[in-house]
Design a protein around this ligand. Sequence first.
Ligand SMILES: [Zn+2]
Length: 220
Amino acid sequence: MPTIKLSETECRKDLLPAVCMFCGEPSTERKQKNFAWHPSWVWILILVNLIVVLVVALILTKRMTVRVPVCDRHRGYWMRRGWILSLSFVAVAALTIGGLIFASNQVPRNEDLTGWVCGGGVFLFFVWLVVAAVYSANGVRPSEITDRYIKLAGVHQDFVNALEEDRDRDREEEEEYRRKRRAEREIEDRDRDRDRDRDRPRFDERRRDDDDELDRRARE
Ligand SMILES: [Zn+2]
């Protein structure tokens, strides 16, 4: 899935094409989404401390709001993903807690079973963490945010094509406007020159009159 770079102006002025970012179908509405991103190297700091990671990530986090064009099918895209992640987490937690309750209710007490359930719960949680990370690394997500642009990964190729067509058209329109403006200015300049040429004899005459007047005064 391609990555697209959207300028801050395009996001602020809502200049994205009416094409669903997820499937390339015509969009029916726009969903306001606040993207947040921080450089992934902050995770190296986990060697120091988790708190350090969180603080540095928080300081370096950049945000950008995009009104994302979506079709009817994808209007609940992020909500659905959020639900899938949280419900699967709840399922893992419920399974572990249920297992622990079951193990502790065994008569006579079975320490081995409790140990296995505990270990199983931790293992399940790590599996969930990996699956959740892979799941989050797919789909539309920011791959970089600065003050001037946002890079979105996982967008549909048709959205990219539509956006590039829009940009080409905008560029052509601007070029056309500049060409027209230049032509108008040339006409204005020519008119001004012509007016000045027309005014010059009058100006010369006036000077001649003034000279005559001076001559007359000198003679008197
Ligand atoms: Zn769609």
